[in-house]
Ligand binder design. Structure first.
Ligand SMILES: [Zn+2]
Length: 276
């Protein structure tokens, strides 16, 4: 074989390999998405995540399929004395992570996320972010999201978040909303949107709501606001906590902040206020 022929052969292989890899990946995903729900996963949904049944059928089916893909493709690591990340843990984490992206067109299964680290309960703060904890518990965390490709979760709080679906507190929704925000590289409270007009509207609505929220907290005397005050930390946290409120207290959010609800509904492509 001549040198030129060898070179063309190598080039052809280099071009064909990534294409073959992508085709195989797409086929594998399709297989998992179409596969019937595993009986043990169904049990997890019934035991820990009863709200899945109240989600419209089409979206519910997508959630199950996406959850399975996430469980197969991401690495799970047991931390802080946890013996292993069980099938039950994987299912419950992935159901909730899938809820966020179920209807987002052309979502890519959290492409930057490689590892999900699971602690048995709250874990030590590394001085970065806190999540909805009273100040006396400062120093411990229930979840974290890193741009470098990992999400860290407390299993105790994953369960609590899934079971109480109307208290606006859900660590999986919170951390995976951060992943969506970080998908474009910046943790600034702006995820990837469909066009310039969508960015313009998002900026207008979120900036105004964030500023009003911070001001309202400073002068507030009455009961706790609907949105977790932790959202006043910065725009990225405001997006993460308003996503929790959007999925867990949709009707209230729609009533109190219709413009914010509308932006989140446009982004996530769902209308949870209409869910059972
Ligand atoms: Zn956060």
């Amino acid at each position: 074989m001549s040198t030129a022929a060898i070179v063309s052969l190598v080039v052809a292989i280099l071009i064909a390999l990534p294409i073959a890899f992508r085709i195989r990946k797409a086929a594998r995903r399709k297989h998992w998405i179409d596969a019937p729900i595993l009986p043990e996963w169904q049990k997890v949904a019934e035991k820990y995540f009863p709200r899945l049944e109240g989600i419209p059928k089409g979206t519910r089916k997508k959630i199950r399929g996406i959850a399975r893909v996430l469980a197969e493709e991401k690495n799970f690591e047991a931390c802080g004395g946890l013996e292993e990340v069980t099938e039950e843990m994987k299912a419950l984490i992935c159901f909730q992570a899938a809820l966020l992206i179920a209807e987002i067109p052309k979502h890519k299964f959290y492409p930057k996320l490689r590892s999900i680290l699971v602690y048995p309960g709250a874990f030590r703060d590394r001085g970065k972010r806190r999540f909805g904890l009273p100040s006396e518990d400062r120093g411990t965390l229930l979840g974290e999201s890193w741009q470098t490709g990992s999400v860290i979760l407390s299993w105790e709080n994953v369960k609590a978040g899934a079971k109480n679906d109307d208290d606006g507190m859900n660590v999986v929704i919170h951390e995976f909303a951060h992943q969506l925000d970080q998908a474009d590289g910046a943790a600034d409270g702006v995820p990837i949107l469909k066009n310039r007009e969508a960015y313009r509207q998002w900026a207008e609505v979120f900036e105004r709501n964030y500023e009003e929220f911070v001001e309202d907290l400073e002068s507030r005397r009455g009961p706790e606001p609907l949105i977790d005050p932790y959202g006043a930390t910065n725009p990225a946290e405001f997006f993460a906590v308003s996503s929790e409120t959007f999925f867990e207290e949709a009707e209230d959010l729609k009533k109190e902040h219709p413009d914010l609800y509308e932006q989140l509904s446009n982004f996530y492509h769902v209308d949870p206020a209409s869910w059972r």
